[in-house]
Design a protein around this ligand. Sequence first.
Ligand SMILES: Cc1cc2nc3c(=O)[nH]c(=O)nc-3n(C[C@H](O)[C@H](O)[C@H](O)COP(=O)(O)OP(=O)(O)OC[C@H]3O[C@@H](n4cnc5c(N)ncnc54)[C@H](O)[C@@H]3O)c2cc1C
Length: 155
Amino acid sequence: MMRLPFFEYHAPRTVEETATILAGAGPGAMLLAGGTDLLPNMKRRHQVPATLIGLRSVNELKKIENTRGLTLGAGLTLTEVVREPRVRDAYTGLWQAAVQVATPHLRNTGTLGGIPPAVGSVPVEPVGEAERSLKPGKPQMVPRLVPKQSPAAPD
Ligand SMILES: Cc1cc2nc3c(=O)[nH]c(=O)nc-3n(C[C@H](O)[C@H](O)[C@H](O)COP(=O)(O)OP(=O)(O)OC[C@H]3O[C@@H](n4cnc5c(N)ncnc54)[C@H](O)[C@@H]3O)c2cc1C
């Protein structure tokens, strides 16, 4: 059986607290959302963060709001995205991509924010001014998304 390596764990409740812990923990820290990608990688020792910062209790990352487009929190699971009528009706490309990721079990756990930008299958891009990265080079923290080459959804 492959075991996880030892790590320090933090469970912040706000984005601000998360940013403070991340800034203080140094380069060995990583954010943990659903863990469907990161935890197997840790078991295989492909990634060995000294510190994990769990995002599950950060409710701010679970918001869905009508804005210029639609603001989807990075902490939403793919199942929550798929079950959102505003996504299904106005962001068909996103809905179709999200519903095809892996299996229902993985979609229940895996989040929008955890999808690696280079390989993720969700065809959305961040709206510029909403960028709110917790870590340099980690733009997937951005909670506001618009579908590629599509007009903004009506409110
Ligand atoms: C069998 C299997 C099939 C899969 N199929 C697909 C697929 O078809 N398409 C696809 O896109 N993916 C697929 N994946 C990959 C993965 O499950 C999904 O991308 C999932 O959405 C990852 O989300 P998570 O919350 O589990 O991320 P985690 O594993 O928690 O994190 C993944 C990475 O994202 C970072 N991260 C997490 N949340 C944030 C955040 N809010 N801000 C910044 N960084 C963050 C973590 O630090 C880590 O580097 C598959 C995985 C498995 C095991």
